[in-house]
Structure formats: C-alpha cells, structure tokens
Design a protein around this ligand. Structure first.
Ligand SMILES: O=C(O)CCC(=O)C(=O)O
Ligand SMILES: [Fe+2]
Ligand SMILES: [Mn+2]
Length: 206
C-alpha cells in the first residue's frame, strides 16, 4: 500500500470535480441497502474524459500500474455520513491493483488482515460474472463481503484530499479495506474532518 500526497494540484482537483459533478449531482445517494459494502454513496463508471483529466489518469496509470487500466474508471461519491464497510474487491472483476485519487475531503482507510488464502487470485466467492454489455456497477460482483477476520492486525491510513493511493498485491488480496465513518475518523489520535468525498478509482483487469 502506497500513498502519494498531493498527487494532483488544486486546479486538477477542480477540473476532475467539474467533469463529474453535473452527472453525479443528478443521482441520489443510496442509504437503504444496509447489507451492501458501501452506504451513503452514488457512483458511475466513466470512459471518456476531458483531455486534461485524461492526462491525470495517464499519470495514475504510470505511477500505479505495470500495464493497461480498465477503460471504465470508477467514480464514487461518498456522502459526508457515508461509509465503506470492510470488503475485498472481487478477484473476478478486478486485477492485482486498485488505485484511487481522493477529491474534496481527507478520510481514513483501514486495512485489516483477512484469513490467509480466502482471497488469493482465482479463488471462489466472486459472485456473478460481469455483464460487460452495460456500464452500470453492481456490488454483487465488485465486492466480496468480508467474513472471518483475524482481527489482530490492521493499519489505519490517512488518505489526504488530492492524494493517490496504490493498493496492490498483499494489501489488495490479504487485507479488507474500508473507509471509516466520520465519527470514527481519527489518525494518530487526531480527529479527521471527513466531509463529502469523491474518489476516482482505476483498476486493472484480472
Ligand atoms: O473510495 C475508494 O477509494 C475505495 C472504494 C472501494 O473500495 C470500492 O469501490 O471497492
Ligand atoms: Fe474496494
Ligand atoms: Mn445497492
């Protein structure tokens, strides 16, 4: 797991936000499915980007990936009181690396060690295969809800606004990840003011 602070400038953050806001603001935050991995969110997948934002995504690709990234980039808008519960991204849907830019807010990501072999590449438990004929997202194939945690090893990671995180290999397969609720958001004993957060998430193919 690697964090690159100030991966984008304030101007780049604003450009990314301006591109996704008209679409996102028309969606309603989903708060009703308590069983889902993510609560208090709206999301989309975007393929075509303004040239300036395409350049930022190319920088993400170069910093985080050895090869290509999926053509659809995931945009996740988490409400101030939204939360991402512990999960591992589906090994059927997503390859060995997940990399995200955080817009608008700091937040705290917690990684918790999972029982060893459960999520190794190619293992079971992936849910239905992705129907690539549409571009909607679906928790059922993206997230593997977490089961047994050893609960003895975790790390809290500060994701500052405008940073990039790179979650790959062991961090991606052997740990669940979650974004703490605003009331729980603390880092090194200091409260972190988590407000609305938009993440721009790149993944590679399995
Ligand atoms: O918001 C993020 O950076 C992570 C989102 C996430 O974990 C997911 O969509 O699987
Ligand atoms: Fe995830
Ligand atoms: Mn849902």
């Amino acid at each position: 797991m690697r964090i690159i602070p100030d991966f984008i400038s304030e101007a780049e953050e604003q450009q990314l936000h301006e591109e996704v806001e008209p679409y996102m603001s028309r969606l309603r935050y989903e708060f009703d499915h308590w069983d889902d991995a993510i609560h208090g969110f709206r999301e989309t997948e975007r393929k075509k980007w303004y040239p300036s934002n395409r350049e930022v995504l190319e920088r993400v690709r170069q910093a985080a990936f050895e090869g290509a990234i999926m053509s659809y980039v995931h945009v996740l808008d988490l409400a101030a009181d939204g939360v991402i519960k512990p999960h591992v991204d589906s090994t059927r849907y997503c390859g060995n690396t997940i990399s995200g830019i955080s817009l608008l807010s700091d937040s705290v990501m917690r990684l918790v060690r999972t029982s060893a072999e459960k999520y190794q590449q190619g293992n079971v438990g992936d849910g239905p295969s992705k129907d690539t004929s549409d571009n909607t997202t679906d928790d059922a194939y993206r997230h593997q809800p977490e089961a047994k945690l050893e609960n003895n090893f975790y790390a809290d990671i500060l994701l500052p606004r405008r940073s990039l995180y790179i979650m790959s290999h062991s961090a991606r397969y052997n740990f669940t990840h979650e974004i703490l609720a605003k009331e729980q958001s603390q880092f090194l004993g200091n409260p972190i003011n988590k407000t609305r957060r938009i993440s721009i998430i790149c993944r590679n193919d399995p």
